[in-house]
Design a protein around this ligand. Structure first.
Ligand code: HPA
Length: 268
């Protein structure tokens, strides 16, 4: 962890990011196409850091400016289903915290459970349900970051959510809001699981984001998260689910998603 931090600091070369952005499935293009890139570092160049094994997840930090905001992007995240531990998949968030980010914006692809959450829709996460069966804070508490018992009442910053909704409205973008339920994957859910999740109060389902949000809140960061709905959840659409469909649908909302994210990042 110490070597990882000094490596990232060395490459940042005095650049202090204030906003961290995690780019999910099919959303990695944002960093190259919408940020004035000042530097990059592949995860493989960071001692001890794990790297993504999934198509569509590149695995590098990119930093630079979006308007006046100094931003550190994760182009590709680590997933629990890759076999990494909760601590491994959230290490990048701790690194981003240590180099100065104060706000973390998480993005992901998700399956829509609520009727209006159709492919192409963006959903601002208002709250989450952790169905991953694990928690990145299990184990000895690292007091440098936060307390043993971490409050999760306001996980997704109310002020940032208000800002996000105002930006979307100004841009004429339909931004829904809802509860994200996180599962471990990598198998997609069964229709019975989706019916159960709907009953539990979930609006969209995915395989990421929650561990990062927990670690970020533990460290006192402001967190916001946006899901790109890429498919109707299992049993609610017409056929089977595939990663290709997820990537294809995420690519379709590229332009409006990027426009929204640029303004949102700048406003943080
Ligand atoms: N389920 C879980 N994760 C997902 C889905 C889904 O339907 N779509 C995109 N990521």
């Amino acid at each position: 962890m110490k070597a990882a931090l000094s490596t990232l600091e060395l490459h940042l070369n005095g650049f202090t990011p204030r906003v961290g952005v995690v780019l999910g499935s099919g959303l990695g293009f944002f960093a190259e196409e919408h940020m004035e890139v000042l530097g990059e570092l592949p995860y493989s160049g960071i001692p001890g850091m794990s790297h993504p094994t999934v198509n569509g997840h590149k695995g590098r930090f990119l930093w630079g400016r979006v308007g006046h905001a100094s931003v550190l992007c994760m182009q590709g995240r680590l997933h629990y289903y890759e076999g990494y531990s909760m601590q491994q998949i959230t290490e990048p968030v701790r690194l981003m915290t240590q180099v100065g980010i104060q706000t973390l914006i998480l993005t992901n692809a998700a399956g829509g459970i609520r009727d209006d959450l159709v492919p192409g829709r963006l959903m601002l996460i208002s709250d989450h349900i952790n169905m991953m069966g694990d928690n990145p804070l299990i184990g000895p508490n690292d007091d440098r970051f936060g307390d043993r018992f971490c409050d999760m009442t306001y996980t997704y910053c109310p002020e940032l959510r208000t800002k996000a909704k105002a930006i979307a409205e100004k841009q004429g973008l339909l931004l829904s809001e809802g509860v994200y339920i996180a599962v471990s994957g990598p198998s997609f859910e069964t229709p019975a699981e989706i019916r159960a999740f709907r009953t539990l109060g979930a609006d969209a389902v995915g395989m990421s984001t929650v561990p990062e949000a927990i670690i970020a809140r533990h460290a006192g960061l402001r967190v916001a998260a946006v899901s790109c709905i890429t498919n109707k959840a299992a049993g609610l659409g017409s056929g089977e689910l595939s990663h290709e469909e997820v990537a294809r649908e995420a690519a379709k909302v590229k332009t409006s998603f990027a426009e929204f994210l640029c303004s949102f990042v700048e406003s943080c």
